[in-house]
Ligand binder design. Structure first.
Ligand code: ZN
Length: 284
């Protein structure tokens, strides 16, 4: 069912693969347009434990969009326009330490941006199609992930008997290629934990809209610098992800239920006293 009306609302947004919401009953598909263009796909509204949730397939259905071509601004804006204030972003990553093998779930508390050429801000001073000109705003990114969201995710994983890694640094590379062995060893030598292609700029754009963002990083392989073999293949990544999708969905749903209904975290105050010039940001 496709509904062109966007009167529907959701509290919580999930950006991830379609396997994460495929089992929900009563999902309503809606299309949302944004000043930044179209998001990756339709949004799918459903309910989890009394919470209203909007699911967005990050790569579009059929995995058509590589990480560097995703319209991250449109994706976060579309969720925000539905009333979403908390976003959870599951993603597949490579482990940068031998102990972070396939099947490890890591809830990062930091990221390092190694992407290039991705638009990572709403505050570029350029006019929107309707003539609105955003202010230049510099948000704090010292702690990029929501502390309440992280706590909910950690507790959710433990409730599913899946001991997560509490904290760590997610390196985000441009892709779509995987890392060289030298790059991978350099990431490890810096003390970083896992490497992926989609964590940035999602967390940054969420913060710029005053949204909470929580990353669930599922390790699908050991990165090239940690293994002696040929390195990562896409087939391996898909295979490990498929094997873990059921329990990842379980953790995701528990975490969504446990997110606080009333926010009082660093993210919720990111735009306190700030004039953004963007319509609806911060929320009235
Ligand atoms: Zn928050």
């Amino acid at each position: 069912m496709t509904d062109q009306h966007t009167a529907q609302r959701a509290e919580i947004g999930v950006i991830g693969g379609s396997g994460l919401y495929a089992l929900l009953d009563d999902v309503t598909e809606i299309t949302v347009d944004t000043p930044y263009g179209a998001p990756s796909d339709s949004l799918f509204l459903g309910g989890i434990g009394g919470r209203t949730v909007a699911f967005l397939p990050r790569h579009g259905r059929g995995h058509k969009l590589p990480p560097h071509r995703i319209n991250y601004r449109a994706n976060l804006w579309a969720l925000h326009s539905l009333g979403v204030r908390q976003v959870v972003g599951p993603c597949a990553v490579g482990g940068l330490r031998p102990e972070y093998g396939p099947g490890t779930l890591l809830i990062p508390d930091q990221f390092v941006d190694r992407t290039s050429g991705r638009v990572q801000t709403y505050y570029d001073g350029l006019p929107l199609p309707d003539g609105t000109v955003p202010e230049v705003v510099h948000v704090s990114m010292a702690d990029p992930y929501c502390p309440d969201g992280r706590a909910a995710a950690l507790a959710a994983a433990r409730s599913q008997a899946w001991e997560p890694v509490d904290g760590g640094t997610l390196v985000v590379i441009e892709g779509p290629r995987f890392s060289t062995r030298a790059e991978s060893r350099w990431f490890t030598a810096n003390g970083w934990s896992v490497v992926g292609m989609t964590g940035h700029p999602e967390a940054v754009l969420a913060r710029e809209l005053g949204l909470c963002y929580t990353s669930l990083a599922l390790v699908t392989d050991l990165d090239a610098g940690v293994t002696a073999g040929e390195g990562v293949t896409h087939a391996e990544v898909l295979e490990v992800f498929a094997r873990n999708v059921d329990r990842l969905r379980g953790v995701l749903f528990k975490a969504v239920e446990a997110l606080p209904a009333d926010r009082d975290c660093v993210c919720s105050h990111a735009l306190d006293g700030v004039e953004t010039g963007l319509p609806g940001v911060p929320e009235p």
